[in-house]
Design a protein around this ligand. Structure first.
Ligand SMILES: Nc1ncnc2c1ncn2[C@@H]1O[C@H](COP(=O)(O)OP(=O)(O)O)[C@@H](O)[C@H]1O
Ligand SMILES: [Mg+2]
Length: 286
């Protein structure tokens, strides 16, 4: 009988028909918490889905997730039900605006460290049954943990979120430093959130890029800025993604520009795809 690891390896080698080569996996991380990762992931994902792309959000802040709250869901199940209760991924994934999919990470749960290798493999095996997706967004938690770095290493692209505040920029820099030091990636895309004027985004990015080029010897790409907008705060309180509740407000327009840019970028997919993801995950978990 094949063990789980062997089964996964076979899948990673392309023996699973469901998988699509060109699914782009994007990890969104920040270093500092509270800079807007979850709101950006949810709204950008909806914007992409609205433009005809098929998008899954994996709330990878497992045990502390809140993407479901931002989307106004009270999910019955979450990733822990796949891992501990043997549920199927399709029964746990919920469908949001325009058909965007969410795999909830569960909140108020601290069983993260109880997950055995067998359970993790089983979960990954189930993840491979996901079909026909253009993008998977992994919304990570705060901090520069081994777990966050693992997600980065499993993805095609890393998007770093920061605000113009020096504290957030320092943590974004530290995140990139770890990514470079561990040779996980030599590029990243950056979004400057909560800008009070358009110019602040590009100015902040240019300074940040200068430091990153000088000291980390890598280049980064500017994906855009998102305006400080009280409509976003109101949307969070209403538990409605701002791109749905207020599609013409400043931050929703900025989010749309970023979504367009992500689609434009997709042509330079490095083809890691879902199969590549599982190859990498195998390296991490085996
Ligand atoms: N562009 C913005 N304009 C106004 N408030 C924002 C903006 N981005 C984020 N916020 C505020 O920051 C809070 C935290 O955002 P969140 O997406 O949960 O951050 P993270 O996932 O990085 O912890 C939001 O609930 C909102 O109040
Ligand atoms: Mg978050």
């Amino acid at each position: 009988m094949l063990d789980q690891a062997q089964i996964l390896r076979q899948m990673a080698n392309g023996k699973q028909e469901n998988l699509r080569q060109d699914t782009k996996i994007i990890t969104v991380a920040s270093g500092k918490g509270g800079v807007g990762k979850s709101n950006i992931v949810v709204n950008v994902a909806i914007a992409l889905q609205k433009m005809g792309k098929k998008v899954l959000i994996f709330d990878a802040d497992v045990g502390m997730g809140n993407d479901d709250v931002l989307m106004g869901f009270l999910p019955k199940y979450n990733v822990f039900d796949i891992i501990f209760n043997n549920m199927e991924i399709d029964d746990v994934v919920i469908t949001g605006p325009y058909g965007v999919k969410l795999l909830p990470g569960g909140s108020g749960i601290n069983r993260v460290y109880e997950i055995t290798e067998y359970q993790r493999n089983k979960f990954l095996e189930k993840l491979t049954s996901l079909k026909d997706l253009d993008y998977i967004f992994m919304d990570t938690g705060a901090g520069i943990s081994k777990r966050v770095l693992e997600y980065v290493s499993c993805s095609d692209d890393l998007i770093v979120i920061t605000t113009p505040e020096p504290t957030a920029l320092m943590d974004a820099y530290s995140l990139l430093k770890s990514v470079v030091n561990f040779k996980i990636k030599d590029n990243a895309k950056v979004i400057i959130n909560r800008t009070v004027e358009m110019k602040e985004g590009k100015d902040t990015f240019d300074k940040f890029r200068h430091a990153v080029q000088n000291f980390l010897k890598i280049d980064i790409e500017y994906l855009g800025n998102i305006s400080e907008d009280k409509k976003l705060m109101q949307a969070v309180r209403l538990q409605q993604p701002v791109i749905i509740s207020n599609p013409t407000c400043d931050c929703a327009k900025d989010i749309q520009v970023i979504a367009n840019k992500i689609i434009g970028n997709s042509t330079v997919n490095n083809n890691l795809g879902v199969q590549g993801l599982f190859k990498k995950l195998m390296n991490i978990f085996s």
